[in-house]
Design a binder for this molecule. Structure first.
Ligand code: NI
Ligand code: MN
Length: 230
């Protein structure tokens, strides 16, 4: 059975017999990270939702270490390539077959750029990521506001086994909007992410779980380092 591990903030490690992948590997400098990059098992793909530092994180280093591609929107993939990583540049709405997994980038309402000492680098549009292995689809929403087409995305690409939904507020949707996002997507399980890493995004994930539970849904609040099979 595939397994996902919440590594803190918005980072999710996906492990299966077919291969391993990581979403938004912000480990170095993440006060809630459960793993150092060294503790991450060998990867076959690194998936990035957008270019912000709290999502790109250790992507280039992990990609170089494992000879695995960074998969992201074209401009962000090209930036990672310029830093020495193998990369697959895509764009919103497109999908890519890794052989053992299928990746599809879908809309997210947010911004995207990568900050360097010389200023901001444009990294294209932000995305949510659909990842399908062994017939099961995981939906990592990335950083996003609530928007009604989350329902369209779920209807077109579902059923969704596990959805990683940001609840931190301030930079993304907060709990009330995240509950409505859950309602539009109706995943078999929802895991809240992007909260309690820094003071502005302090939230109680149990409040999200209770509200979704009242609607008949299942939320798994994973502590950093905790896993679930699905
Ligand atoms: Ni962001
Ligand atoms: Mn973020």
């Amino acid at each position: 059975m595939p397994k996902v591990t919440f590594c803190g903030h918005s980072c999710v490690l996906f492990e299966s017999a077919a291969g391993n992948a990581i979403f938004d590997p912000f480990l170095t400098g993440n006060p809630t990270a459960s793993h150092t990059p060294k503790e991450i098992p060998k990867l076959s793909a690194i998936l990035l939702s957008h270019g912000h530092g709290d999502h790109v994180g250790d992507a280039v280093e992990l990609a170089k270490r494992d000879g695995a591609p960074v998969i992201a929107t074209y401009e962000l993939a090209s930036y990672c390539e310029s830093q020495g990583a193998e990369a697959v540049g895509m764009n919103t709405g497109g999908s890519y077959d890794l052989g053992w997994a299928r990746v599809k980038l879908v809309q997210a309402f947010h911004s995207s750029s990568y900050q360097t000492a010389d200023g901001f680098i444009y990294t294209g549009m932000p995305n949510g990521i659909l990842f399908t292995v062994e017939g099961k689809t995981v939906y990592h929403l990335g950083d996003t506001a609530l928007f009604s087409d989350l329902g369209l995305i779920a209807r077109r690409n579902g059923p969704i086994a596990v959805a990683f939904i940001p609840i931190g507020d301030h930079y993304t949707m907060g709990i009330e909007d995240a509950v409505e996002a859950w309602n539009l997507i109706r995943p078999s399980a929802a895991v809240p992410v992007h909260y309690n890493t820094f003071p502005p995004i302090r939230q109680d994930p149990d409040r999200f779980a209770a509200k979704v539970g009242a609607l008949g849904g299942a939320v798994r609040v994973l502590a950093p380092g905790e896993s679930m099979e699905f």
